[in-house]
Design a binder for this molecule. Sequence first.
Ligand code: ZN
Length: 405
Amino acid sequence: MTEPTDLTSSLLAEARALAPELAALRHDLHRIPELGLDLPLTQARLLEALEGLGLEVTTGTGLSSVTAVLRGARPGPAVLLRGDMDALPVTEDSGEAFTSEHEGLMHACGHDLHVAGLVGAARLLASRREDIAGAVVLMFQPGEEGQHGARVMIDEGVLDAAGERVVAAYGVHVISSLVPTGAVTGRPGTAMAAADQMYVRVHGRGGHGSTPHLAADPVTAAAEIVLALQTAVTRQFDAHDPVVVSVGRLAAGTIDNVIPETAELDATIRTFSPEHHAVVPERLTRVVEHVAAAHGLTAEVDYVRGYPVTVNDADELERAARLTRTVIGPDAWLPAPRPVSGAEDFSYVLEQVPGAYVFVGATPAGVDPATAPYNHAAQARFDDDALPVSAALLAALALDRLAEG
Ligand SMILES: [Zn+2]
């Protein structure tokens, strides 16, 4: 491996010089948040920002993605850098001067910074083309907030966009609280949870509340299912590899003295290992069906697979930690003691190629990270100073990995 400092030493200073331009791009995107897989305005603004960089740009067919390939002066492997682009159905209350102009929509998860940060990385890499042996695939992805956009882009060939399979993949996520701006945090192995959903309908037989023995009560069965799920979590899964089940919706009946025909419950299920993610649907479905059966009822279970566990490759995570210290600052790396319970569809990429996904602090200056509004809050604010940090770190990851050959 070549000395990383040869390639990466001036990255942060260069990224800071680009900061006003990146912030302007971010503010433009922030004003025009769009949802899901179809982000035409965002895509158009991004394509404009990538002009003149000498990239091979293609756009998606099933979604408004942008894939841009940057080729170095010499042959070598390909690596992937990813930024997601979609917003959330949140009415903005951040007080920012560049607040959303789209009613009911907001870049409340900072994906506008992800686009601008990755454009910054593209500019840094484009100016070093002569030093690069290999290619960098820039993956600008719609539909992270539940629409499986990364999987769609994989299906459309993003991992092979350079003409060969990428050997590594990297991404960053900004956070509006908990971590000060400029700090980078992450952990080897599980970085983020898998998130599934379970929709249950318990079928009974309605009747008069005074004579439950003549009916088949779905309400008591549903109540027992809620508790049995919690028991299953603690009895069927290793406590050191947790499973979280939360029933967020429970609904039945219309009035106190009528036993309804059905009861419904909806749950979110978080797992932190691919092993538990693999077995959790069957185990929870069994509990639901058999508790219902124990009382002479039936239960219909619609178990929906969400995003898989996001798993960082240990060596690639170590690369991210090392480059954070050398490129961003000696104290900038904060090892994360635990995974995040949220889920992320970059997990689909990391299932296919080794890589690292880390968090970049973006708590606004002068705000206590401990109490700042968190990502997805209508009040969430993200510090533009996270942009040069993201850009420099992403560029450094690509350069350092490509230097290995
Ligand atoms: Zn996000």
